[in-house]
Design a protein around this ligand. Structure first.
Ligand SMILES: *Cc1c(COP(=O)(O)O)cnc(C)c1O
Length: 375
């Protein structure tokens, strides 16, 4: 069976974990945490990076940092993972779901402004498949209306908008190291703070509402409870694992891009024959090969293809179900139809893509897709 995903180990994970354990400090914010955070700050131009236990937690930190309350509205794409919206719903905010664009599952930037009201506090954008949203348009709308932008860059490590690293553009941004992402630590995430006004409070929220980080730096002589917060930092064991991955970022990205390009090239003939659509990457965006998908003509055809591939020992999957139609949110949604969101939810199919996949696996997968469409 060719699985949909297989977590890749670089080989140094357990070595670094042993080092972390031997150092005698295995709680958070130790040497490996600092190495990982510094990596993001220096490579991606992020003002302050904080490791978190997940991207979900980093998004919850964003909601706390922005003082989101039940008075606020947050604009969020409906075509995304639950956490993007749940983090803000947890603080009681009204989620105003935005539609995807015609050419890409990303948020349609041209339709955001119509959703802004006096209550709007932030726009959360998701760089789907690691491909950038239209950040100039989004940042200028936010500036005009004096609201914040959070980038959910869970899928977008080492990807760029007009040459600028994703996660360095919005006021705040979040990354994921879940085992399905390009760079992994099992579970794990990172909060990126690009607006300096949030730096001091972010460390307090990260450290359970205490000013312990400032205490450890020797800036104050005792620490205590100064704000809201929670237990958002991962242990050094997780950070050590993550460091082994980050050290190999370039080779991981190169291999994934090679596989992505092989799919894209081999499937072109079938796409040109009109059987399905291939991913479109706009001029402004780079591709970090987070995932490879095709867009089927109908929902029935997608289901038939999934079953056909399964019979050939290939696991292909779809996602996301439209959040505005989810059982939790459907009666809270304002009733607007989000056509493109439903379109991607019903038609998009993801093919296996992981580091250890080989080019001949791709040949096999493509030949099976071919035989599906030939019959
Ligand atoms: C994976 C993912 C998340 C959640 O990440 P975790 O680290 O598992 O919390 C959030 N948003 C998007 C867009 C994702 O792809």
């Amino acid at each position: 069976m060719i699985p949909f995903n297989k977590p890749f180990l670089t080989g140094n994970e357990t070595k670094y974990i042993e080092q972390a354990v031997a150092s005698g400090k295995i709680s958070g914010n130790g040497m490996f945490t600092k190495k990982c955070q510094h990596f993001f700050e220096s490579k991606f131009g992020i003002k302050k990076a904080l490791l978190t236990t997940s991207c979900t937690d980093a998004l919850e930190m964003c909601a706390l940092l922005l003082d989101v309350t039940s008075e606020d509205e947050i604009i969020i794409p409906s075509y995304t993972f639950v956490s993007t919206a749940n983090a803000f719903a947890l603080r009681g905010a009204k989620i105003v779901f935005a539609d995807a664009s015609k050419h890409h599952p990303n948020i349609d930037a041209s339709k955001i402004e119509a959703l802004i009201t006096k209550q709007t506090k932030a726009i959360v954008v998701v760089h789907y498949a690691g491909v950038s949203c239209d950040m100039d348009a989004i940042m200028s709308i936010a500036k005009k209306h004096d609201i914040y932008v959070v980038e959910d860059a869970a899928q977008a490590i080492d990807s760029y908008y007009k040459g600028r690293p994703l996660g360095s553009i919005g006021h705040l941004a979040t990354f994921s190291f879940h085992e399905t992402k390009n760079i992994i630590s099992g579970e794990g995430g990172l909060l990126a703070i690009n607006d300096e006004r949030f730096i001091e409070r972010s460390e307090i929220i990260w450290e359970k509402g205490t000013n312990r980080s400032a205490f450890f730096r020797g800036e104050i002589d005792k620490y205590g409870w100064v704000d809201l917060g929670s237990s958002f930092l991962p242990s050094e064991v997780i950070a050590a694992f993550l460091w082994a991955q980050l050290e190999n970022l370039d080779s991981i990205q190169n291999k994934r891009k090679q596989l992505w390009n092989a799919y894209n090239k081999a499937l072109k003939v079938l796409a040109q024959a009109g059987h399905f659509k291939l991913p479109q990457i706009e001029e402004h965006a780079s591709n970090n090969a987070h995932l490879f998908y095709i867009i089927c003509k109908t929902n029935q055809e997608r289901q038939a293809l999934i079953e056909f591939l399964k019979s050939k020992d290939i696991k292909a999957v779809f996602h996301y179900l439209s959040l505005h139609k989810s059982s939790y949110y459907t009666d809270k949604h304002d009733g607007r139809a989000l056509e493109m969101t439903d379109y991607y939810a019903d038609h998009l199919l993801r093919l296996p893509l992981f580091y250890e996949l080989e080019l001949n696996d791709i040949d096999y997968i493509v030949s099976q897709i071919q035989s599906f469409y030939e019959n």
